[in-house]
Ligand binder design. Structure first.
Ligand code: MLT
Length: 262
């Protein structure tokens, strides 16, 4: 596995640290509303995974959820932090699950957003390979056509669709292709959920077209200490589509986990 790297990030606020991990093929700018809205209760740190946003890489060797998790751990160490609240959306959630397996001692609480614990099915894995090959040949276009329209609930604003499109376009095709193969190879995390001993919040857009809400809700219910919040008027990008509900749920949860000292 390549050496872990310290990631670039956007930071806002003060007090205990909250790390936000974006989804595929996105970057830290998907968390603008959380950087603003949660700054009162946390030092909000939205990282750019390797190859994404301002975290540039020379090559995409060895991309995996484990490597991404180790990069997040290296960034936490570099910031001199001992424990953090860790939140990941979709692929970021897969990274958070890997992080829990590898660095549980650094986790004060977990927030999963629009993600799922299952590994890819054989059909899903074949789809990843096909899409990765198409992206290598044609660039971002296959993702803009195939994935972008499925990222939102029934009525996303033009502004949110445009901002998400910009993130798709900013991700180098070779990075997107390597992400796809890394997601193809991620292990199943279902068995890990019952071993999560820290408080957990699970947010999921009611209109998530990529990951149906009911299956995810059942996983949250199987956990020791997990609050599930269905986010109305939102699809897969619930933190962008309905930041009011997402930020209120996160604020309440984080205040219970560790209130910011006045
Ligand atoms: C994401 O939003 O990060 C991806 O759609 C997740 C996936 O493809 O499994």
């Amino acid at each position: 596995m390549p050496d872990p790297m310290v990631l670039t990030y956007e930071e806002r606020g003060g007090g205990p640290a909250l790390i936000l991990i974006h989804g595929f093929p996105l970057n830290s700018s998907m968390w603008i509303e959380q950087l603003k809205g949660l700054a009162k209760v946390r030092t909000v740190i939205a990282v750019n995974l390797r190859g994404h946003g301002y975290t540039e890489v020379d090559n995409t060797d060895g991309f995996s959820m484990d490597l991404f998790a180790d990069d997040v751990a290296a960034t936490i160490d570099d910031l001199g932090l001992e424990q953090v609240d860790l939140c990941g959306l979709s692929m970021g959630g897969y990274v958070a699950m890997a992080f829990w397996r590898r660095h549980a001692g650094k986790v004060r609480s977990l927030i999963f957003a629009d993600t799922k614990p299952e590994a890819d099915t054989d059909e899903g894995k074949a789809g990843r390979e096909k899409t990765a090959a198409a992206v290598r040949e044609q660039g971002t276009q296959p993702l803009l056509e195939g994935l972008l329209p499925k990222m939102f609930g029934p009525a996303p604003s033009d502004e949110i669709v445009a901002a998400t499109r910009r993130m798709f376009e900013a991700t180098p095709p070779e990075v997107a292709a390597a992400d796809l193969l890394a997601m193809r190879d991620r292990p199943d995390s279902v068995a890990d959920l019952s071993g999560i001993t820290v408080p957990c919040l699970w947010l999921h857009g009611e209109g998530d077209q990529l990951m149906p809400l009911d299956a995810v809700k059942a996983h949250a219910a199987s956990m020791k200490d997990c609050t599930f919040v269905a986010v109305p008027d939102a699809g897969h990008m619930s933190p962008m589509e309905n930041p009011g509900v997402v930020n209120a749920a996160m604020t309440e949860f984080l205040n219970k986990v560790a209130p910011k000292k006045k």
